[in-house]
Write a protein that binds this ligand. Structure first.
Ligand code: ACK
Length: 990
């Protein structure tokens, strides 16, 4: 059936709808435009709806259904689809495309013509059997369908038939299938296509997770939660989820997956990293290019492997370049002085690409040899390396406690984080150090000039041209039988010596070394000489003489006796003169064996009849033109102290301090002044101020010593209050104890050990100085006259020395304890402003200085140990030194601090009321802390009584923040308490 010329337009429209691309969130159950064969739809009555099947140019069928009985009344024409399977659908949609003629456009049809049709459906689980009677009452109505558009007028006056699209929801469908039915009641309809579909959320990839096709919930208001599965080579971070909406749209993405190691995201999938790149961690990052010195040859690399010879340390990240061990340290050099051996080197030229270079020192002792092959063995375990031997971050190390006369080979190994990971050789630089001292032997053959039972006179020659001036010679000797278990030594300025105090008939081994400005040279070879045998006849000779003289009568006796006396008397006169000074010296200088350390005995210059002789023996005369005075740095008892330079030709310039003797001096003053030089000249220790020499032959008389950049320790600490670590302070104490150990082993008692008499160099090395006044103490402003007439620095001096003048190394140890206290309190005055008399009484009563603020318990205990009343109970200096060494090696022992202010023996509560003689304001003025008056008053401290119990926390709490000020105030409070205690003890009522 056709509608005249308009039919072509109808077909054109029909064609256009065939190209409907459809949508992905729809599952089509039926589409009449795609059914290739017969549709086999039923019509009731058979002449109602008309089925027309045309072919398009691709020979595909176009199925349409038409009805147009507009002229006849009471139309009831049904068209029924085939059975449509529901599949997963819960809500079904029917899309109808049709044309419907406007009744107005058809003449003579008014009354019978309709412009709607009805849509019905029938659910069944099976297709209805063939021949089943069509019962309209079985069908449920979906809706009445009307046209939106019918005809439209074109510009040419043609009326164009418009295609309508109507969609209706059918259901809910619950059976396995259903039929659709179209009821025409007298309209002119062409049903061009029928599409039946349901909606679903189509399978999708979101955030690297795959979500399956999902049918929305029957209830359009609720969403279906769907959990996604990570795509291949991806892993879940948070559970990936999507929600499927009623319209088939995915909503609310949650969670995600990320690409696994070796894979990166590309187009929503995880692709393997290409060779030459890697990805070490799962995540949404891209694959990275292999870092330098590494590569990956396969796909999906999770790490790039290091090239040959390069490595990755365990802690190195995979993104870091591969590195290699460093090359050997450069320019390794050694330096040796009497007490320490120093190694220094430069960092390797090739660091291997790393910054974590450290150095290890490996030590071998290579003294022996078999044939030409040197025999080496590991070094002694007690060799000490400062700061340590392994894991050094700096490029130098000091070695102490090494054996003298030994050959050491030190290997300095540079290591970094990848050392030892490969087979590469160790990066070592080697140096061999021979501890035979600086320079070759200058002394050649040693001769015995004569020997007695107890002495041997030796002389020797030196090599033609010594490289530098010889300061003196050291003669070392020991009994051959004892094989060097201990030895004695003596010093001489001339190339000869009389070694006395020997045993008769004993073989001694001697060797001699010279001391030059550069240090000791090597020893001469060993020479073996014996003392004379004890001659039993000598004693008898006297008797024989008497017997003989008795027998020859009175005259002969007189002549013989006179002759004897003349000969022996002259001789004895000479010997006596010689022996007097010799013996005096011997009693100290050659007093028996000294320890293997080789430390000699101190010779008191006062034992010389002529003190200038002592100066000549122990101090080198300096040509005054070599001294260049630059500026005055202080004033001493005898004149100014200047700094300057010593320019000895052929030697390096050195900075020196020059003590001058002011003009118009008396002879005694000159002697006293030079006395210090003759004492200092006997010492050779890194922690004793070094004497460079003296000027005595011209004016002004000068003593030249090494220059110490930081001056006296007490003032130095005061200006650097609170600026050092406890370990640095302990290091200073250690230095002082090294110097004092040396002095005590030499038998020298300082008597004026105090921070003001310690000098500090630029490297914080502390050296003991001020030896001049060790006997008379005239120049020490702290020295006070005692009851016995001596002048003594009371606060630093042990009670037995104050009371009976009993000075000893043990009294020096007491002073050392006070120096420790000065160091820990940054130059605080011991016992603060107490009078000397009060100090003496307090000490007598058992009072001891409390620990300074921030002082480790161990150090205060050592101080208290040094302040034992009984001198024999005090530690010796070598004990002090090893104790401090232990603290330094184990710094955790310094962590426990003496908390706050130690309470005074009697608790403040027990103290009686005492009158207040000054106000808080006066007190603060007196300690130059006036600026804190308001802090005290505002916090309610109005009387001295109230502040005497204040702790360091209280001081902080009232707003005193500067550590130096806190310390000054707390020290003063301690002093105040002490005074109060004293008042209380003496029963003194003010
Ligand atoms: O504290 P100072 O700067 O250190 O002030 C005194 C001053 O001279 C008077 O003794 C300083 N002084 C003494 N000997 C030396 C030295 N060897 N090097 C540097 N300064 C020195 C001392």
């Amino acid at each position: 059936m056709c509608f005249g010329g308009k039919y072509c337009v109808f077909l054109f429209l029909l064609e256009s709808i065939l190209s409907d691309p459809g949508t992905t969130n729809r599952v089509v159950l039926l589409d009449t435009t795609t059914v290739l064969g017969e549709l086999d739809w039923k019509t009731y009555p058979v002449n109602g709806w008309d089925a027309i099947t045309e072919m398009d140019e691709q020979n595909r069928p176009i199925h349409t259904f038409q009805v147009c009985h507009v002229m006849e009344p009471n139309q009831n024409n049904w068209l029924r689809s085939g059975w449509i399977q529901r599949q997963a659908a819960q809500r079904v949609y029917v899309e109808l495309r049709f044309t419907l003629r406007d009744c107005n456009s058809i003449p003579w049809v008014s009354g019978t013509c309709k412009e709607t049709f009805n849509l019905f459906y029938l659910q069944t689980d099976e297709p209805l059997p063939a021949g089943t009677r069509f019962r309209t009452s079985d069908y449920a109505k979906v809706d009445t369908i009307a046209a939106d558009e019918s005809f439209t007028q074109t510009d040419l006056g043609d009326r164009v038939l418009r295609l309508n699209t109507e969609v209706r929801e059918v259901g809910p469908v619950t059976h396995k299938g259903f039929y659709l039915a179209f009821q025409d009641v007298g309209a002119c309809i062409a049903l061009v296509s029928v599409k039946v579909f349901y909606k679903r959320c189509p399978s999708t990839l979101r955030n690297l997770a795959a979500f399956p096709d999902t049918v929305p919930h029957m209830d359009s208001s609720s969403l279906v939660e769907v959990r996604g599965a990570c795509v291949e080579n991806a892993e879940e971070r948070d559970t990936p989820k999507l929600y499927c909406g009623a319209d088939g749209d995915w909503l609310v993405p949650l969670g995600r997956c990320v690409c696994s190691i070796g894979h990166e995201e590309m187009d929503g999938y995880c692709r393997a990293c290409k060779p030459g790149s890697f990805k070490a961690y799962a995540g949404n990052t891209k694959c990275s290019k292999c870092p330098p010195h590494s590569s990956s040859h396969d796909q999906a690399a999770t790490i790039c492997h290091c090239d040959k010879g390069f490595y990755r340390a365990i802690k190195d990240s995979s993104a870091m370049a591969c590195t290699r061990p460093p090359s050997a340290p450069r320019n390794l050099a050694s330096l040796i002085n009497d007490t320490a051996l120093f190694l220094q080197w430069m960092p390797p030229s090739d660091t291997g690409g790393r910054k974590d270079i450290t150095y290890n020192i490996l030590c071998q002792r290579c003294d022996g040899s078999i044939g030409d092959v040197t025999q080496c063995e590991p070094c002694e375990p007690d060799l000490r390396f400062i700061p340590r031997s392994l894991g050094l971050t700096g490029t130098s190390v000091a070695i102490i406690d090494y054996a003298t006369h030994a050959n050491y080979t030190f290997h300095v190994e540079a290591v970094n984080g990848v050392s030892g990971l490969g087979v590469a050789a160790r990066s070592l630089a080697n140096v061999t150090v021979n501890t035979h001292q600086a320079g070759p032997a200058l002394v050649g053959v040693v001769r015995k000039d004569w020997a007695t039972q107890n002495s041997i006179a030796l002389s020797w020659s030196q090599v033609e041209q010594p490289p530098s001036d010889i300061v003196d010679y050291e003669v070392k000797y020991y009994e051959k039988e004892q094989e060097q278990l201990s030895y004695s030594s003596t010093r001489t300025k001339t190339p000869s010596v009389v070694v006395t105090g020997l045993r008769p008939s004993t073989v001694y081994v001697f060797h001699v070394r010279a001391r030059t400005a550069a240090g000791y040279t090597a020893y001469s070879p060993n020479f073996v000489f014996a003392t004379a045998a004890e001659d039993p006849d000598i004693a008898d000779q006297g008797q024989v003489l008497v017997v003989v003289t008795a027998s020859v009568g009175g005259f002969s006796l007189l002549v013989i006796l006179t002759l004897f006396l003349l000969i022996t008397g002259r001789c004895q006169g000479y010997i006596k003169a010689r022996m007097k000074s010799e013996e005096k010296r011997r009693t100290r200088f050659h007093s028996g064996h000294v320890p293997f350390s080789g430390i000699k005995t101190y010779v008191d210059p006062d034992t010389y009849e002529d003190p200038t002789q002592a100066v000549e023996e122990f101090a080198k005369e300096i040509e005054p033109s070599y001294i260049c005075i630059e500026r005055v740095i202080g004033a001493g008892e005898f004149g100014e102290v200047c700094s300057g330079r010593l320019r000895v030709p052929g030697r390096m310039d050195i900075a020196v301090a020059i003590k001058t003797l002011k003009g118009g001096y008396m002879d005694q003053q000159r002697q006293d002044f030079l006395r210090e030089a003759s004492i200092m000249g006997q010492f050779n220790n890194p922690n004793i101020i070094r004497l460079e020499g003296v000027v005595t032959k011209s004016r002004p008389v000068m003593i030249v010593v090494e220059y110490m950049e930081n001056g006296a320790l007490d003032s130095f600490l005061r200006t650097r209050d609170g600026q050092f670590t406890v370990l640095q302070l302990v290091g200073m104490m250690r230095g002082i104890s090294v110097g004092m150990t040396y002095l005590s082993e030499m038998g020298y008692v300082h008597r004026d050990l105090a921070a003001r008499n310690i000098l500090v160099d630029e490297n914080l090395v502390c050296k003991v100085s001020d030896f001049g006044m060790s006997r008379i103490l005239e120049d020490d402003s702290e020295a006070a006259y005692t009851a016995t007439g001596g002048k003594i620095p009371i606060r630093w001096t042990a009670p037995e020395a104050i009371a009976y003048g009993k000075f000893s190394s043990a009294s020096d140890v007491w002073s050392f304890g006070i120096v420790m206290w000065e160091v820990m309190s940054y130059g605080e005055r011991p016992y603060w402003e107490m009078s000397n008399q009060d100090v003496i009484l307090s000490i007598e009563e058992g009072y001891r200085l409390p620990a300074p603020m921030g002082c480790p318990v161990t150090l205060h205990q050592l101080m208290l140990h040094c302040w034992q009343k009984e001198s024999s109970q005090r530690p010796r200096f070598n004990n002090v030194l090893s104790f401090l060494d232990k603290l330094i090696i184990n710094p955790s022992s310094l962590l426990t601090l003496v908390k706050d202010v130690q309470s005074f023996p009697d608790s403040p509560e027990d103290m009686p009321d005492y009158p207040l003689f000054i106000s808080i304001g006066d007190w603060l003025d007196s300690i130059k802390m006036s600026q804190y008056k308001n802090n005290f008053l505002a916090a309610g401290y109005t009387t001295l009584d109230s502040i005497s119990t204040m702790s360091i926390d209280d001081i902080r709490r009232i707003g005193i923040c500067l550590i130096g000020h806190q310390r000054r105030i707390i020290s003063s409070i301690q002093s105040l308490r002490l005074q109060l205690h004293h008042i209380q003890q003496s029963g003194f009522q003010v």
